[in-house]
Design a protein around this ligand. Structure first.
Ligand code: BGC
Length: 747
């Protein structure tokens, strides 16, 4: 047997808690082998895990690597309820997904713990993506807050609700950076930037896990999807990804590293191929980078049927081959398909899989169960199950939703809507409950959201009129047109080739424009949309995304000015679909577009649309105005060697609210290395801070920069990070168009 990862830096060590106290179910400490510990502490969890693995049959070991679905959900292979019960009884099942409810999960757990030979508890997983009962805004919306604290709050509330209802493990946070608004799963992501995504990935992980996975209000997080899933060609879900090593390391990997540094307990492999190798078969990413370079000792779970999909990918000859390839590459647990459980014994007997690797995978699963405290307490207290959202969690969801909204336009200051104004609310989403977004969790069905109409009626001051429907608009001072995409149009397998408003919603906007009454368009959607056909005619546009259970209230808070919007776009909005990809962090061509010589034909771009997006990354307005000063670096020069040794420098900039109301600005710092041995993006976000400022108030924002911010990964497959000598330009401002700059010289 292998050493099961014993002796490495473990997430278990970071998450010690009561998980180490194995007593109730299997009692590996009772085994004499446990006395002899590799980690030096008699009875320590690693020794106990080793001892337990030593007592397991091959079938029991393979069982720990199997996760079955209680109910069907997102792909081939439906509900596996009966086989899950059977396998649990035989002690040949590690985990179940899509089961929840304290009573339900306890009943199944009882079978595993009380009826199987070793009594090893099951770990229960569920996609708790932006809420369990209390639905928060979709992750893309949360990213628009540019405030990672909102993700932490969502994670914390979700963890408490989920754990008390029998869930130990959420398949979240999703951290796939993407330049593809056509890709439906952009809704689950933080958009197009690795720095923003990293900050949110770490914060959400902390929110879910806290400091002790065994606590009654915490769940294990899962960094997904590993890796580069967001690079799907054409934005078609599950599609091919072909990237250079440098792009893999500079763009797609950093959020995963950030999540793991925050203690993330598990990782999920992605459905895509990566330069020809399916992610589930990719030993370079799963083993060399994740497990060896990063010393990750948690569980790598496959995605739904991801091991089985090695066959249609054209990479495995049959089920046994698929199981062999996935385990050998670094997958530790197989979700839904059963190739390892079905063929593992024969693979082991014929030497096609190694016992060391099998034991290592089993140890990883057991380590997760220890950290979650399941050996000590496999059951959940049924009387303590949180039954639904509370006033406090609703308040949190409302604040997060309002904080996530982005004001795209506000001409003639039609917003905020003043007291006593007559408002007509119109549009297919005005009184729609379809605003929770993709992956809304069990609460999405059970606890309908506050609609915009409802929210506006609650938010209108005494005596103010809020009417509903197009017929009401004649008597209105302002019309609020609520349009968007239904939740099913974004998320998994929901890619779109057209990014306009579906159906006849654009005609509705035209009809409202024809009345001549000032109108506000409120967008409820899960991705960047093309708004060019109608944006000129609207007086104001508020991007509210899919805002969750308190969405209607939060929208009213913003429209009536109770909350001054301060969100910024986490992904560029293209002018038309043909322009995609049109992200801010692109590289320069040899013939870049120069706005100073617009007549120049031989430059990159399209001849029928402008080069710039409709709205760039980082863009968003406010009801007030801010002035951002010129950035100043604390040093004029710094040595590359000093940076590599961990030295840092500061960039400071002042920001002042020069408008008439209090508000939030997101101060953003971008880096550009103009001459490098690898062509660099024209801008890279390396710092941001959301600052609240009263009228006339000013603040100095300080960013600390180091090697990580100025250097980059090369194309070396064994991973080489370099900091090169030369000038680096630093831009600070309120969007990726920031012009205010200073430079630093790296020697
Ligand atoms: C998705 C994952 C999800 C899993 C389990 C898959 O289809 O890609 O993100 O966690 O299903 O529901």
């Amino acid at each position: 047997m292998g050493d099961g990862g014993v002796g490495r830096r473990t997430f278990l060590a970071a998450m010690t808690g009561s998980g180490a106290a194995a007593t109730a179910a299997a009692d590996p400490a009772a085994d004499p082998a446990a006395a002899e510990t590799a980690d030096g502490a008699a009875g320590g969890p690693e020794a106990e895990i080793r001892a337990l693995v030593g007592r397991m049959t091959v079938a029991e070991k393979l069982g720990q690597l199997q996760q079955l679905a209680w109910t069907g959900a997102t792909g081939p292979g439906g509900s596996q309820t009966a086989s899950a019960e059977q396998a649990a009884r035989k002690g040949e099942l590690g985990s179940v997904l899509n089961i929840f409810g304290a009573r339900h999960s306890n009943a199944l757990q009882r079978i595993a713990v009380e009826e199987s030979r070793l009594g090893i508890p099951l770990v229960f997983g569920l996609d708790v993506i932006h809420g369990f009962w209390t639905t928060f805004p979709i992750p893309l919306a949360q990213a628009a807050s540019f405030d990672p604290e909102v993700a932490r709050v969502d994670g914390e509330v979700s963890a408490k609700e989920a754990r008390s209802n029998g869930i130990h493990w959420t398949f979240s946070p999703m951290m796939d950076v993407t330049h593809e608004p056509r890709w439906g799963r952009i809704a689950e992501s933080c958009g197009e930037d690795p720095c923003l995504t990293s900050a949110f990935a770490a914060a959400k992980t902390r929110g879910y896990q806290g400091g002790d996975l065994a606590a009654k209000d915490r769940v294990a997080a899962c960094a997904k999807h590993f890796v580069a899933y967001g690079g799907a060609e054409g934005g078609r879900d599950y599609n091919t990804v072909d990237v250079s090593e440098s792009r893999l390391r500079n763009l797609y990997l950093p959020p995963f590293k950030a999540a793991l540094d925050a203690g993330c307990a598990t990782v999920m492999a992605s459905f895509n191929t990566l330069s020809g190798i399916p992610a589930h078969a990719n030993s370079h990413t799963l083993t060399e980078i994740l497990k060896e370079d990063w010393e990750f000792d948690g569980v790598v779970v496959s995605d739904w049927n991801g091991v089985g999909e090695l066959l249609p990918h054209g990479f495995a000859a049959d089920g046994a081959d698929a199981g062999r390839i996935a385990l050998t590459a670094g997958v530790d647990m197989e979700m839904v398909s059963t190739h390892l459980a079905d063929h593992g014994a024969e693979l082991l007997a014929s030497g096609r899989i190694k016992e060391d690797r099998l034991d290592d995978a089993v140890a990883r699963v057991l380590r997760l169960k220890y950290a979650l405290g399941l050996f000590a307490q496999p059951y959940v207290e049924e009387a303590e199950a949180v039954p639904g959202p509370t006033p406090q969690t609703r308040k949190a969801a409302r604040e997060v939703a309002a904080r996530s909204m982005v004001l795209l336009k506000n001409e003639g200051e039609v917003l905020p809507i003043g007291p006593g104004k007559a408002v007509a609310v119109v549009g297919p989403f005005a009184d729609s409950r379809d605003m929770q977004g993709t992956w809304a969790g069990p609460g999405g069905e059970k606890f309908p959201p506050v609609t915009v109409l409802h929210g506006m009626r609650d938010g209108a001051g005494r005596g103010a009129r809020v009417t509903y429907g197009v017929g009401a608009t004649k008597a209105a001072d302002v019309v609020v047109v609520v349009v968007g995409e239904g939740a099913k149009l974004s998320g998994e397998a929901a890619s779109r080739s057209d990014l306009g408003l579906p159906g006849d919603q654009e005609e509705l906007i035209e009809a409202v424009a024809a009345t001549g009454i000032p109108f506000v368009v409120v967008l409820l959607n899960g991705r960047p949309l093309t708004v060019g056909n109608w944006v000129e005619s609207a007086s104001a546009v508020l991007e509210a995304w899919h805002p969750g259970i308190e969405g209607g209230h939060a929208i009213a808070d913003v429209l009536y000015g109770k909350v001054n919007p301060g969100g910024k776009l986490p992904a560029s909005f293209p002018r038309n679909v043909g322009q995609v990809p049109v992200h801010y962090n692109h590289e320069n061509t040899g013939r870049p577009y120069d706005p100073k010589s617009p007549g120049n034909t031989y430059v990159t771009g399209y001849s029928d649309v402008e080069r710039t997006p409709q709205f760039p990354f980082g863009y968003g307005l406010s009801y007030t105005t801010f002035e951002i000063g010129t950035p100043k670096a604390s040093v004029a020069r710094i040595g590359a060697g000093e940076l590599r040794r961990g030295e840092t420098f500061e960039v400071e900039v002042s920001v002042r609210n020069v408008g008439e109301v209090a508000g939030d600005e997101v101060v953003q710092l971008y880096v550009h290395d103009p001459v490098a041995s690898l062509v660099q993006p024209v801008r890279r976000l390396r710092g941001f801070e959301r600052v609240a400022l009263g009228v006339g108030e000013a603040k100095v924002v300080r960013f600390v920069l180091g090697a990580e911010d100025l250097g980059f990964w090369t194309n070396a497959v064994d991973g080489r990070f370099v900091v090169e000598a030369g000038r680096v330009d630093l831009y600070v401002g309120s969007s990726s168009d920031a012009r205010s700059a200073c430079t630093i010289q790296v020697d």
